[in-house]
Structure formats: structure tokens, C-alpha cells
Design a protein around this ligand. Sequence first.
Ligand code: IMP
Length: 203
Amino acid sequence: MTSDTAARAAGLPGVPVPAPVPSTHPDLAEVLVSEEALQAKIGELAAAVDADYAGREVLLVAVLKGAVMVMADLARRITVPTTLEFMAVSSYGSSTSSSGVVRILKDLDRSIEGRHVIVVEDIIDSGLTLSWLLRNLRSRHPASVEVVALLRKPEARSVNIEVRYVGFDIPSAFVVGYGLDFAERYRTLPFVGTLKPEVIAAG
Ligand code: IMP
């Protein structure tokens, strides 16, 4: 691997999150990424996509449901011509970790052949789901496939996946909010935070 390839495999550097602040939400321990920080980062990611795809049309592909907030906000900040597609997959594993064995519940509505695809991810943890998805999408002969991930946990850095655009590198905690859930709850919070241990224990 050349140093350039290695750098691409590691992705552009995400930005470490600022110090967490206590949350006023009864179930949350700390706010890890504030609404303001999230929105500022989405603006930066959109500007990077605009610069890289000038003169081209992009197709954003998000996996339901976790990536819906990133998709909605990012898509509205990108100014190059953009279309949207959604997939739903079920990843076999426990409620807080995935196994990499994936089943498609809802496929793309149209062909992506010859298109410039950007996969929009909420969070990369083990990277197993994303690695499966990239293999699946590349088999459909798009012109290009890149990844934008709002959050990345440390484990993901050891997986050899090229992530072109990374928002924040976060610690290895289970987080909720801004699309991310625990038993389907907390997706609608406009910020990202950690749950209190007793809330996780109560399931
Ligand atoms: P991976 O295959 O381990 O990278 O996990 C991918 C998916 O698991 C993400 O797209 C999320 O939907 C979910 N996930 C991973 N970490 C978290 C978390 O901390 N909170 C909520 N969902 C998570």
C-alpha cells in the first residue's frame, strides 16, 4: 500500500469531538456532539462534496433508519444536482453490535449503473455493515462509490474501508440521537449523546 492509498483507506481525518457536557435529558448522561456542532459539520461535509463533484450529479444512498437525519440535512446543503435513494437492511447481531451478515429488506428503487454514488452513513462502528454494502453496491457497476460518515468509532479505523468524508471521531461508547436509536428510541434528538448506564441496563 502506498502512503497515499493508506491515507485514503484511513479516510480523511475526522475531527475529535469537543469535551462532552452533561445533558438535561433524563435518560442521557452527556451530550457528545451538540446540535450546533453537528450542523456546522454537515455544512463542511456538503461543501467538500460540492467541491469534489462540481459539474457532476451525485446519487446519495442512505441506509434506513439511522442515516435519515444526516441524509436530510446533508442533501439540503449540497448544491450540485443530487438524487436520493434509500435501502433498508437487517444486520444479524445483538441490539448493540452487528455481525456483518446482512439481509436486504428494501432495495434501491433504480439502477445505479454509471452513477456517482455517495453512501451516507450515520456511524461506523465495526464497519461490517458498510463493508458488505460497498461490496453490494460496487457489483452494480456505478461510475464511482464514496462514503460520507458523520461519526466514526475507533474500531472502524482497523477495518480497511475507504471513508472519503468523516465528520467526527468519537470514543467507543454507545451513542443515541440524530437518527441513532436504542430500541428505536432517541432518534429524534437533534444532538448526539450517551445514555445513562441504568437506561442501557433496563433495555
Ligand atoms: P457496524 O456494522 O458495527 O459498523 O454498525 C453499523 C450500524 O450499527 C450503524 O449504521 C448504526 O445503525 C448501528 N450502530 C453502531 N453503533 C451505534 C451506536 O453507538 N448507537 C446506535 N447505533 C449504532
